[in-house]
Design a protein around this ligand. Structure first.
Ligand SMILES: Nc1ncnc2c1ncn2[C@@H]1O[C@H](COP(=O)(O)OP(=O)(O)OP(=O)(O)O)[C@@H](O)[C@H]1O
Ligand SMILES: O=C(O)C1=C[C@@H](O)[C@@H](O)[C@H](O)C1
Length: 268
């Protein structure tokens, strides 16, 4: 059996205020599950073990992951794999768990593994539920779940650059500004919040080259632009058909990109 989750881009990084926002994008992660053991990479076997213990699954399963999300790049690769693996195990073993409880286990698992700081409940939620989510990562609750506009494209680059150290204290020092960004999202000012978040993360973590790309994107008409997650990826959202001049800039100055679109909120 195969289950699909998605990568995503940050609307609000959850590290500063423990509330985060993520938009799922069309970078699928396909998780295939079958009976019997097999050898798995370190991350996948950690999640399988953690989730099996939480779900009370005793049988051995073999999990194969086929991910389109560039790894360790800020595009939510670890949450997409973790929630896909947890969901696959819950479904195949028929434990009857809601998607939200699957997401909670996946978030606990990435935190226990050390590959997320807050549990990244925001990223895991968008990955399994699609759409745009605003979440409380401490309480592991979805505050808002909406459809993204359907007439936009997302241009992603920067994912081949080196990842900078995550300065958690410096990000946390921004918490009061992040309380305001959460309110912006609640008021529907999604793209403004995403852009301020993306610029602040770039500045605080030292993604200098990314800052100039954000400036280019905004100057060329982007609705939003910023560093995603803890970098190094940068994304820019354009009304469909208006991305051309920025795509030309990216091709010339970065030499690689992914052109994708948001995933609508998924039903069930
Ligand atoms: N396809 C995959 N197969 C196995 N492990 C993976 C895969 N994708 C991600 N991982 C695990 O997740 C880690 C990357 O997590 P990291 O938080 O650095 O990246 P990210 O999820 O892209 O970042 P962010 O949380 O900023 O979006 C990898 O080092 C690996 O352990
Ligand atoms: O490690 C974490 O907890 C997080 C990492 C980034 O993806 C952030 O964007 C996310 O909000 C939280």
């Amino acid at each position: 059996m195969e289950y699909t989750t998605y990568g995503g881009v940050s609307i609000i990084n959850a590290i500063p205020s423990l509330r985060g926002g993520t938009m799922a994008i069309d970078l699928p992660v396909r998780v295939n599950v079958s009976r019997g053991g097999c050898s798995m990479d370190e991350f996948t076997s950690f999640i399988v073990k953690y989730a099996s213990a939480k779900l009370g699954v005793r049988e051995e399963y073999c999990i194969r992951v086929n991910s389109n999300v560039p790894m360790a790049s800020g595009l939510k690769s670890n949450s997409a794999v973790a929630v896909g693996v947890t969901y696959a195990l819950a479904e195949v073993s028929k434990v009857g768990l809601s998607k939200i409880n699957v997401i909670r286990i996946a978030a606990e698992a990435t935190k226990a593994h050390g590959s997320s700081i807050t549990g990244a409940f925001d990223d895991a939620s968008a990955s399994l539920l699609g759409g745009v989510v605003l979440t409380d990562n401490r309480l592991m609750k979805v505050i808002k779940h909406i459809n993204p506009p359907n007439d936009v494209v997302v241009v992603v680059t920067g994912f081949k650059e080196g990842k900078k150290a995550i300065n958690v204290d410096a990000l946390k020092s921004l918490s009061s500004i992040y309380h305001d960004l959460v309110h912006w999202v609640l008021e529907g000012r999604l793209w403004e919040a995403a852009t301020i978040n993306g610029i602040m993360v770039a500045k605080v973590l030292g993604y200098i080259k990314q800052l100039s790309a954000i400036g280019e994107a905004l100057g060329k008409g982007a609705l939003a632009a910023g560093v995603s997650g803890n970098g190094p990826s940068i994304y820019a959202v354009f009304k469909t058909g208006e991305e051309g001049p920025y795509v030309d800039y990216v091709n010339e100055h970065w030499g690689y990109l992914i052109l994708t679109k948001p995933i609508p909120a998924l039903i069930n």
